[in-house]
Design a protein around this ligand. Structure first.
Ligand SMILES: Cc1ncc(COP(=O)(O)O)c(C=O)c1O
Length: 327
């Protein structure tokens, strides 16, 4: 019997997300703007892809055996992906997180049977009480356990080299001129563009960094002299330099403010019917800035990492917006 759209389990549904052309946003420019909807992954974000690759590679390399324990420091989308796959494939999961994390995020991970260990927020990363140190200690203590560490794990960009990049190339009929993405670990942009540049070295990569993160200074001056400053948009930008960011693969970088991210995210829902997370607006805002710098018509693809549902109490809450000074 031939079946279509029927999968053996939820893990098989990861990837092959749709690309949609923007109709109103960017219509004043000569370019065509497209968005790839990573919220359509079963764990609702792009992080399902690297969660799967990190587990597959850890098993192949013998760092994780059947029935073992996955450890990660995350309160976010990577945790959802890991917990979802662990539930299907019979791994245990422990997430260490700062104690400022919301109850919702803890419950979302516990829903998949994962264990959450909270650690004090107000300590330095190398303090033995920090959630990084606790994760490393747990890996030492628990037999057959593996700390995934997405910021320093080559399986992260590899996930996008093997899945996101090839999907974009195929879906766009080999006609894509630029790839735009926010950078956090950098895995998404650097992994995807590595594949795309092998197909066509002319394809440009455009990284988007929130004001307050350290990447922009590193990209423009080669150094990091100032400390990161707080910002409210979530999921991208960093206060450390992860080994998964490969600056050789970044052609352009644009900075975006919280206000620009949130305004464009809300506009995306109202004008295009796309309900996305706050960094998505930032990526689109940056893509429009990049578009303005080009004279010839280009096909510009923007990666949208996650859905708006995690941000209902923030970006989509007029009271929160007002309280934080966003009109
Ligand atoms: C919510 C979210 N997840 C993932 C990413 C992609 O980041 P990474 O560089 O870690 O692959 C971003 C980047 O904007 C993001 O905002």
């Amino acid at each position: 019997m031939m079946r279509q759209g029927v999968y053996k389990n939820i893990v098989e549904c990861i990837g092959n997300t749709p690309i949609v052309q923007l109709q109103k946003i960017g219509s004043e420019q000569i370019h065509d703007f497209y968005v790839k909807l990573e919220c359509m992954n079963p764990g609702s974000s792009i992080k399902d892809r690297l969660a799967l690759q990190m587990i597959r590679d850890a098993v192949d390399q013998g760092r994780l055996q059947k029935g073992g324990t996955i450890i990660e420091t995350t309160s976010g989308n990577t945790g959802m992906g890991l917990a979802m796959i662990a539930a299907v494939e019979g791994f245990a999961c422990i997430f260490t997180m700062p104690d400022k994390v919301s109850d919702e995020k803890v419950r979302a991970l516990e829903a998949f049977g994962a264990k959450v260990v909270l650690a004090p927020t107000a300590v330095e990363p190398d303090d033995p009480r920090s959630y990084y140190s606790v994760a490393k200690q747990l890996e030492k203590e628990i037999p057959n356990s593996c700390y995934m560490n997405q910021y320093f794990n080559p399986s992260n960009p590899r996930a996008h080299y093997l899945s996101t990049g090839p999907e974009i190339w195929k879906q766009m009929g080999e006609h894509v001129d630029a790839l735009v993405a926010g950078i956090g670990t950098g895995g998404t942009l650097c992994g995807s563009i590595k594949f795309l540049k092998e197909k066509n070295p002319e394809i440009q990569s455009v990284a988007i960094d929130p004001v307050g993160s350290i990447f922009y200074e590193k990209f423009t001056t080669g150094k990091v002299t100032s400390k990161a400053k707080p910002y409210l948009v979530e999921g991208f930008g960093e206060d450390i330099l992860p080994s998964t960011v490969d600056f050789d693969f970044i052609d352009h970088m644009y900075q975006v403010s919280d206000q620009e991210c949130f305004d464009m995210t809300r506009r995306l829902a109202i004008q295009e019917g796309i309900f996305a997370g706050g960094s998505c607006g930032g990526a689109i805002h940056g893509a429009l800035e990049y578009g303005k710098s080009l004279r010839e018509k280009k096909n510009i693809l923007i990666l949208l990492p996650d859905s708006g549902s995690r941000y209902l109490s923030k970006i989509y809450n007029p009271q929160w917006m007002k309280e934080n000074g966003f009109v």
